[in-house]
Ligand binder design. Structure first.
Ligand code: ATP
Ligand code: MG
Length: 436
């Protein structure tokens, strides 16, 4: 069976062709009825039938199979090809009250996400996303990293207790939904070397922002015997490879989204590295302010974390991603390794997407001294019992190791320039939405 786009060349002109899909537009005239079909991959082709051969019940979104002779007709939309229909087979007449129209509220569209996903823009996003995942996996396969699958039901927090989803477990026990596969990836470097995983991570994010979901697609990687620079190189190569290939493979989908890919062509290593301290200096030079713990607005200073606004300021003039290197240990989780050359600061880096899009990856070297780890765990109020296995990794033959985590939806936001992260995932989960 051919798809609509297969017909958009002179190869099939004059031939009898058949296309399956859904009625995308229906234009009834006295003599002729135009049935525009959207195929299973979002391609569009016009067909035309004598009006008295068409069931008067035919509606938008009815599923159909159109057979006829392919013609070139400049008036036909999207390429100027048209099927002179001889047979219209109907699989299902769609209810006439299809809820998705042109001017609907954001909430109605989200309530009907299972139908909204048929919209051509949503199809384009879904295809770009599939290509991102494909090329990410390609990169790891080509570079000999082993894919692993970490558990989702876990006992320990990775990114702090406030964003944990607690679930009931058997016999009055409890567990959490995983915030990150990192600890399990760390365990696997001892037997598989460089490893990576692609799993959902769960964070009970209470702040509603355009870049936080409560379930996101987390690509994570970890390798033994590396240093921070090695980890940054992996990230810049991986991200460049994904972007370079996706914009070629999905050129038409970017065009449909009216998303300009010319700047993305700059995504080539090396990415600029700027130290955390320099980043703060820069923000202070712009009189950048933050709201402190007491709700008071004050100038940003050393020790402050970077937030959406400061990351936007740092990356808005850049046309390719940049790394902010060496965050203070105090604002990073227990597993971050301190920089022996720079007390109080970690061997860590976040990658910020350019043009103001902000953090898309976080990574660095992992602390391998159990005493430092347990001290930090205590400070963070973590239950050390749940982490005994993790501490064992340092007890039995530890090696310098490190890695990173990349949010697929964050990367999608940047490359598609879709402001709201909800529109980069098929069925978004947020504080106010778990359905459909
Ligand atoms: P942020 O500071 O932006 O809230 P984070 O530092 O808490 O993120 P990490 O724990 O470093 O996030 O997670 C690694 C990566 O996972 C991030 O760089 C980001 O790309 C992605 N990520 C983290 N939290 C979310 C979320 N709630 N929704 C979507 N992606 C996320
Ligand atoms: Mg981070």
């Amino acid at each position: 069976m051919l798809r609509a786009n297969d017909l958009k060349s002179t190869d099939h002109i004059g031939e009898k062709v058949t296309v399956r899909g859904w009625v995308y537009r229906l234009r009834k005239q006295k003599e002729n009825t135009f049935v525009i079909v959207r195929d299973e991959r979002g391609g569009i082709i016009q067909s035309v039938f004598p009006t008295n051969n068409i069931s008067p019940n035919l509606t938008i979104e009815s599923s159909v199979e159109v057979t006829g002779i392919l013609n070139k007709d400049a008036r036909a939309p999207e390429g100027g090809y048209e099927i002179r229909g001889t047979n219209l087979r109907v699989f299902n007449i769609s209810d006439a009250n299809y809820p998705i129209g042109e001017f609907q509220s954001v909430d109605l569209l989200l309530d009907n996400r299972h139908l909204t996903l048929r919209a051509r823009k949503m199809i384009a996003v879904a295809k770009i996303r599939a290509s991102v995942l494909k090329f990410a996996r390609n990169w790891f396969i080509t570079n000999d990293w082993m894919e692993i699958t970490a558990p989702i039901i876990v006992k320990g927090a990775v990114e702090g207790g406030s964003t944990l989803f607690k679930v009931k477990y058997f016999n009055n026990d409890y567990a959490y939904l995983s915030q990150s596969a990192q600890l399990y990836l760390e365990a696997m470097v001892f037997s598989l070397g460089p490893v990576w995983s692609l799993t959902p991570s769960f964070r009970a994010e209470t702040s509603r922002t355009v870049r936080h979901l409560s379930e996101f697609t987390h690509l994570e990687a970890e390798a033994p015997w590396v240093d921070l620079e090695d980890i940054l190189k992996v990230q810049e190569q991986l991200v460049s490879y994904i972007v370079e290939n996706v914009i070629i493979e999905r050129q038409d989908d970017f065009a449909l989204l009216k998303s300009d890919i010319s700047v993305l062509k700059n995504t080539r290593p090396p990415f600029e590295r700027i130290s955390y301290e320099k980043a703060i200096d820069f923000l202070r030079s712009k009189d950048f302010t933050v709201v402190d713990g007491n709700g008071v607005n004050r100038k940003i200073e050393l020790g402050d974390d970077l937030n959406i606004d400061s990351e936007r300021e740092l990356s808005k003039k850049h046309s390719r991603p940049l790394f902010v290197v060496g965050y203070p240990i105090a604002i990073k989780p227990f597993y971050v390794k301190e920089d022996p050359q720079n007390e109080g600061y970690g061997l860590t880096a976040d990658m910020l997407a350019p043009n103001g899009f902000g953090e898309i990856t976080s990574g660095g070297m992992r602390e391998d001294n159990n005493l430092s780890i347990t001290k930090k765990m205590e400070k963070e109020g973590l239950d050390i019992k749940s982490y005994q296995w993790y501490l064992d990794l340092r007890k039995y033959g530890s090696v310098p190791h490190g890695g990173f985590g990349l949010g697929i939806e964050r990367l999608m936001r940047w490359i598609t320039k879709i402001e709201d992260i909800k529109d980069t995932i098929l069925f978004p989960r947020t504080m106010s939405r778990v359905s459909p």
